[in-house]
Design a protein around this ligand. Structure first.
Ligand code: ZN
Length: 236
C-alpha cells in the first residue's frame, strides 16, 4: 500500500520515499506523487533519484492490485533500485500540469453540454468526452464560448471527502452531479467546481478554472446514433 500524496495536493512535484517493492511490473514506493492511470487520466512520467545520484526514468505509472497500490514503470533498460533504498520521486511537472488543466476543463464540459457522459479521455494538451445526446446538433462555437466563459470567471476547484451518511443527509450536494457517486465504501472523493459542477473524481485538477487558460472545441464526431464525441484542446 502506497501513501497517495497527489490525492490531497495535486501540486506536489516531488517527494522523498523508500522503495518497498521491485518486480517485473515495476517499482513500489511507500509514498508517491506519481498519479497512476485511471479515471480517464494517464499515469505520470518522471524520475526516481537515489542519494548517490543514480536515476531511474519512469515511463508510466499504473495501478497495482489494490486501490492504493501504485506501480512506477521504469523505462526499458533502466537499472532498478534496491528494496529499502531512499529516493526522491519527481514527476514530469510540465506534462502533469497540462493534464490537470485538461482534466479540469473536461469537468467544465460536463456542465456546458447537457446529456449523460458515456466515456472520456484526458490527453496532453487535448481531451475528449462522449455524450449521450439523441440527434441534437451541438454547436462547436457555442460550446467553446461556454467553456472559456467558465474558465475566465475563475471558479474555485476544491476536492473533498464526504462520507455516505453526509451525502444522504445533504441531497443538494448532488444537484449538479452527472455521475451518481459510488456509496458503500464509507467515503467518496468529490471534486467541486464552485457553482458549476460537483461529481465524484479521484484525478488531479488545477485550483481555479482560470488556470486552465483558453481552450477550443476542435471537433464534434458522431459515434453512433446517440453518441457525440466532443474533442477539446488547450490553445496555449
Ligand atoms: Zn476530475
Amino acid at each position: 500500500m502506497t501513501e497517495l500524496l497527489f490525492r490531497d495536493d495535486g501540486y506536489l512535484r516531488s517527494c522523498t520515499a523508500r522503495v518497498v517493492g521491485v518486480d517485473e511490473r515495476g517499482i513500489r514506493l511507500d509514498r508517491t506523487v506519481f498519479y497512476p492511470t485511471g479515471g480517464g487520466q494517464p499515469g505520470d512520467a518522471g524520475v526516481l533519484r537515489a542519494n548517490d545520484g543514480a536515476t531511474v526514468a519512469i515511463a508510466d505509472t499504473i495501478k497495482g492490485d489494490g486501490p492504493d497500490d501504485v506501480i512506477h514503470v521504469p523505462a526499458a533498460g533502466s537499472a532498478l533500485p534496491a528494496i529499502g533504498a531512499e529516493v526522491t520521486a519527481e514527476i514530469d511537472w510540465g506534462r502533469r500540469h497540462r493534464l490537470m488543466r485538461m482534466h479540469t476543463c473536461l469537468h467544465l464540459l460536463c456542465a456546458v453540454v447537457p446529456g449523460a457522459v458515456t466515456g472520456g479521455s484526458v490527453g496532453d494538451g487535448r481531451g475528449r468526452l462522449d455524450f449521450d445526446v439523441p440527434g441534437a446538433s451541438l454547436d462547436k462555437d457555442a460550446i467553446t464560448a461556454g467553456l472559456n466563459k467558465l474558465i475566465t470567471e475563475g471558479h474555485a476547484v476544491v476536492p473533498r471527502w464526504i462520507d455516505d451518511a453526509e451525502l444522504e443527509a445533504h441531497p443538494e450536494l448532488v444537484r449538479t452531479m452527472s455521475v451518481k457517486p459510488p456509496t458503500g465504501a464509507g467515503r467518496v472523493r468529490l471534486l467541486e467546481i464552485d457553482g458549476v459542477d460537483l461529481q465524484p473524481c479521484g484525478g488531479t485538477h488545477v485550483r481555479n478554472t482560470a488556470e486552465i487558460g483558453p481552450v477550443e472545441i476542435t471537433k464534434i464526431e458522431n459515434k453512433g446514433r446517440q453518441n457525440r464525441r466532443i474533442n477539446v484542446a488547450l490553445v496555449i
